[in-house]
Design a protein around this ligand. Structure first.
Ligand code: C2O
Length: 345
């Protein structure tokens, strides 16, 4: 059977690391039952094009800042508030839920085939909340284009100390113009810039092409209702997804907060740009080989479901099958070159 998020009133204490700076990750309760997700209509939802974060205009940055500021300024018990968005991630990653019907078993959205679809849903609602708060239903969140040389630095708008997008809990050594290391292990590589770029392109080729020839390899291990969590990540979840988190987090914090820990990573606005590129990689991977790179057809994948608050805010049950087509979700990604396609080792 598919994994299903239980009634949110069963949300329990999170299994937080020592020194954690929050007490709980549970969303505000809902006095109504969740409604089933319905795809947004084209009439009310213009197609959003998510831009590469390093390529946006000053107007865009100002708008995005206003949106994050508006999210941060909501009342503390409003499920759309920025801090509650970060808790959503914590609740689904640090053991606050058990899959419906399996009390005592941890529900975990990482390290399995739920990784890509869960995070797609998460960004979808985040983006719609942000757009609705600034009155712009076409507003699209940016993606951190770390797979191409021009995007291999922390995008400037996140590094501006006066910005809503700044976070003090980051690794100070990795502010721009430092190039990211896509398979960062916690140790600083000794590369020249050109070597680092070349290395990163090869990492991308390895993960997206060599190690991801089939859907079951790309998406990661099956994870069904009642299974123990962490059945096994797909190659892209493993690298560069994990290393980018570690590279951003502050090594002087006890848990490498914010980006370096599940419970806290959603507190850094950079999280959503990192994950937009991860989400883009799902679309890119499908486009690399239309015949063989397909979504999974296993009903336990397609039927897995999560609960999120939408922009209205009401509680919505969304299933993996609802999010396979980004067009139906009314967004796409700005076309960018894929230089790693030629970086065969
Ligand atoms: Cu839910 Cu990048 O982790």
């Amino acid at each position: 059977d598919p994994v299903a998020t239980p009634d949110i009133s069963t949300c329990g204490p999170a299994d937080l690391p020592p020194g954690a700076n929050v007490l709980t990750c549970c969303p505000p309760p809902s006095n109504a039952l969740p409604v089933d997700f319905a795809p947004p209509g084209a009439a009310s939802s213009p197609l959003r094009t998510r831009p590469a974060a390093h390529s946006v205009s000053a107007d865009y940055v100002a708008k995005f800042n206003a949106g994050i500021a508006a999210m941060k300024a909501l009342p503390a018990d409003d499920p759309r508030i920025f801090a509650a968005q970060a808790s959503v991630h914590c609740a689904y990653c640090d053991g606050s839920y058990s899959p419906e019907g399996f009390p005592g078993v941890e529900l975990q959205v990482h390290n399995s085939w739920l990784f890509f679809p869960f995070h797609r849903c998460y960004l979808y609602f985040f983006e719609r909340i942000l757009g609705s708060l600034i009155g712009d239903p076409s507003f699209a969140i940016p993606f951190w284009n770390w797979d191409a040389p021009d995007g291999m630095r922390m995008p400037a708008m996140y590094a501006d100390r006066s910005s809503q997008l700044f976070d003090t809990r980051r690794d100070g050594r990795h502010a721009p113009p430092k190039l990211i290391d896509l398979d960062y292990s916690g140790r600083e590589p000794r590369f020249t810039d050109n070597q680092q770029i070349d290395h990163n392109l090869r990492v991308m080729y390895r993960l997206m092409v060599s190690l991801s020839p089939t859907p079951s390899l790309f998406f990661g291990s099956a994870y069904r209702a009642g299974d123990e969590p962490n059945q096994g990540p797909g190659p892209v979840e493993n690298i560069p997804h994990g290393p980018v988190h570690i590279w951003c987090g502050d090594p002087n914090q006890p848990g490498r907060e914010d980006m370096g820990n599940f419970y806290s990573s959603g507190n850094d606005p950079l999280f959503y740009a990192h994950h937009a590129n991860i989400d883009r990689m799902w679309s890119v991977w499908k486009g690399l080989d239309a015949r063989r790179h397909t979504d999974l057809t296993d009903l336990d994948w397609l039927g897995a479901s999560f609960l999120f608050y939408d922009e209205t805010p009401k509680l919505v049950r969304i299933r993996v099958r609802d999010v396979l087509d980004t067009g139906a979700l009314r967004y796409r990604y700005q076309d960018m070159p894929l230089p790693w396609r030629a970086a065969r080792p």
